[in-house]
Design a protein around this ligand. Structure first.
Ligand code: GLU
Length: 465
């Protein structure tokens, strides 16, 4: 079986976005399907102005949180600059690249001619290559790659299928800038080659770059990897997924209380669906055994927050995921306070409300009333006569319950209602109000269970009539 070497190569110019997380995830799934295959993480930090340590840390921690695992330590692209330059020198030496000293003004004129169609080829410099004086300069030039002026290139992309581009459409792009720094286009190819990368999965916004980068491989006599360019993710209005649609960075989804398994479930179903599956819930191991990269749709997929909420509600209710709730509470200042004051109570709140929430952050509002230290002793609500008439007997009943367990308390309440021949809301609504300052909410037995016996009694005693 083929051994694949893949990589995920983010630029640390922002926090990890859902779209990039999907690229990383697909790389991880793919490499996990082939024994002895590898996934490397490379931080492409050559854009010194926009790259920051904070974004780098965010990308690494978001990937770890999502469950994407890579091999070896992350590679830092800027540490390999000398190697990138060595390859550029090699290309110059072998006349696969040339020195160019065109000024911005000259390039601007040429660009205009290309854009208006006056010149049919995208080659921006037409004179430096043949000028011996320029070619023997030892500084003050950019290094440009040589690209054929006729013929066409074909890519057999695993997802996009056959893509053809005329060589006239490919520009003589810069490999090394005038200040001696290598460009992304050069660095990415050199690093991928040196790592032995033979399968590149990345966003289809890089599809055009294939037709440039392939010439570096070709000129160096290096084997060209296979490519799978995955389509971008759009919001429900059909435009590229952005902040306007909702949280788009993993850190924001994490802070809202989404679970990695829900995010994975949601993003893997964008453009792919498992066979013989009666519902849409699928977890990573199953994805790894069923996913086929070649079956990924080549058109852009729509990201739905409603779907994400549905998956998240499913995963947060699973018993074994309670550890994620605890971790979430640790990271949220209000919940952290509740966690240290009464962890069991907080978990009881969660267990009662979990069916109604789509993300952990919603628990913050629900918890407040149960942890309120200043739960008002008095209240100005006037309750109906038929409730007031039975209240002391009900309080007595609650005080006398010894087995404070859900089924028993619920049974006692039912018996009380029957014995007094009243409709449930006559008792339930005011009791719920006394316990939570709200006529609506979970069953009163649930509320009793959250509060515990003594606090429930204390709250019920607020009743004055
Ligand atoms: N660093 C590039 C980016 O973040 C990815 C390069 C690649 O995958 O070839 O868009």
């Amino acid at each position: 079986m083929t051994r694949y070497i893949t990589r995920f190569a983010p630029s640390p110019t922002g926090n990890l976005h859902i779209g990039s997380a999907r690229t990383a995830l697909i790389n991880y799934i793919f490499k996990s399907q082939y024994p002895n295959s590898k996934l490397y993480l490379r931080i492409e930090d050559t854009d010194k102005i926009r790259s920051t340590q904070e974004f780098k840390d965010n990308i690494i921690s978001s990937l770890k949180w999502l469950g994407v695992k890579w091999d070896n330590e992350p590679q830092i692209q800027s540490l390999n600059i000398n190697r990138h330059l060595e390859v550029a020198h090699n290309l110059l030496k072998n006349k696969k690249a040339y020195k160019c000293i065109c000024t911005e003004g000259q390039l601007g004129i040429q660009r205009k001619k290309i854009n208006t169609g006056e010149i049919k080829s995208k080659k921006i410099c037409t004179s430096c290559e043949t000028n011996n004086e320029i070619q023997s300069l030892d500084k003050g030039y950019v290094t440009r790659i040589k690209i054929p002026t006729s013929g066409k290139e074909t890519l057999k992309d695993v997802i996009q299928g056959k893509v053809e581009v005329n060589n006239t459409e490919i520009d003589d792009f810069v490999l090394v800038r005038r200040d001696g720094t290598p460009t992304y286009m050069l660095s990415v190819v050199v690093d991928d080659h040196d790592l032995g990368v033979n399968f590149i999965i990345r966003g289809d916004d890089h599809l055009n770059n294939y037709f440039r980068q392939k010439f570096i491989y070709q000129h160096m006599d290096w084997e060209i990897p296979q490519y799978a360019h995955i389509p971008l993710i759009h919001g429900e209005d059909g435009t590229k997924l952005s902040k306007r649609h909702g949280a788009v960075n993993l850190i924001d989804l994490k802070n809202d209380g989404y679970l990695p398994s829900a995010i994975i479930n949601n993003i893997i179903l964008l453009g792919w669906s498992p066979k013989n599956q009666d519902n849409e819930i699928i977890e990573i191991n199953n994805i790894i055994s069923q996913f086929e990269i070649k079956n990924l749709s080549k058109s852009a997929s729509i990201f739905s927050y409603k779907k994400l909420d549905y998956f998240n509600n499913y995963f947060l209710r699973l018993e074994h995921n309670i550890k994620f709730f605890e971790a979430y509470c640790e990271s949220n200042s209000l919940l952290k306070g509740y966690l240290s004051s009464d962890k069991e109570k907080l978990f009881r709140v969660f267990n009662v409300y979990k069916k109604d929430i789509s993300k952990y952050i919603e628990i913050v509002n629900f918890s407040e009333i149960y942890f309120s230290k200043h739960f008002s002793k008095s209240h100005d609500e006037k309750f109906p006569e038929d409730f007031n008439n039975i209240f002391s007997e009900f309080l007595e009943l609650i005080i006398n319950i010894n087995k404070w367990e859900y089924d028993n308390v619920s049974l006692k309440i039912k018996e009380f209602i029957k014995k007094n021949n009243i409709k449930f809301p006559v008792l339930g609504k005011p009791i719920r109000y006394l316990l939570t300052n709200n006529y609506n909410g979970p069953s009163i037995t649930d509320i009793f269970m959250i509060l515990g016996k003594s606090e429930s009694i204390e709250r019920l005693k607020r009743h004055s009539y």
